[in-house]
Write a protein that binds this ligand. Sequence first.
Ligand code: ZN
Length: 342
Amino acid sequence: MPHDKLQTTITGSLPKPAWLCEPLKLWSPWRLEGTALREGQQDAVRLVLQDQERAGIDIVSDGEQTRQHFVTTFIERLAGVDFKQTRTMRIRDRYDAQVPVVTGAVARKEPIYVENARFLRSQTQRLAKFTLPGPMTMVDTLYDDYYHSRPKLAAEFARILNAEAREIAAAGIDVIQFDEPAFNVFFDEVRDYGIETLEQAAEGLPCKTAVHICYGYGIKQNTDWKETLGSEWRQYEQTFPLLQKSKIDQVSLECHNSRVPIDLIDLLKGKDVLVGAIDVTTDQIETPDEVAATLRKALRFVAPDKLFPCTNCGMVPLSRNVAMEKLRALSAGAALVRQTLA
Ligand code: ZN
């Protein structure tokens, strides 16, 4: 039985086994192919589910074991995007990357992750969460040589995501989360079309809907960027009031070891809040007391049945041991707080 208060969950990704791809690396290429790859990915999903269940995570995910990248693995399956040509583009206003080019009308030719969602559902009795990239972050991971309009392209992606999300929800998934790290960078665009396209992506879903907004993995480009943000990170102050008025049920944010003022959670009144109580940028394992301290601070602004202890971001670049220890710490910290609530 899941807990009725402080239900633990994770942002999304977990490290992959070394036989599936090279560990400790983002966007690491697969070591298998064809049928062996598909079977290997499913075996990896079974393992991360067992790890999460043993660690006491209430709402589990497939750890994104079937994806090389949280955005491009989705985009690769769409019509209208050419991966043979690439252009250099500034990502999240932070670093240059080689990205594929939109050369025609984007379309979903076939279901993308729906089989994966069915497999996840078949392998666990727990509440299950599935992640998808958000429309604005997808736009920010491509060079658009066709629409020449970020809002137009975001609206097209929202339509595609909604079709995909409806089928994922129909597979029995309990929470669908859209990852929108771009929401922490392009504030005018969030206001002008980001919230609207996010809501379009989530429209009519029978399950819970969530959005994850963070300061990124622990890669150097992100840690350098964080150094420029000053002593208080107030980026959420711009987006939370807009999300509070939106139809999205849950907001996942970064808290532990970050300079985000905890009282910004107050701007999300009425929403479920996924409080990041695990730092994904360090191998140091949080103690249960540290996790509990972060959760108690958040409890000043959100009720215990609306607070979901979570990780700050995905754990894919960490070692499997470190990720497992961090999952245990998350659970143990939540348990400490539950004791004092009772
Ligand atoms: Zn994140």
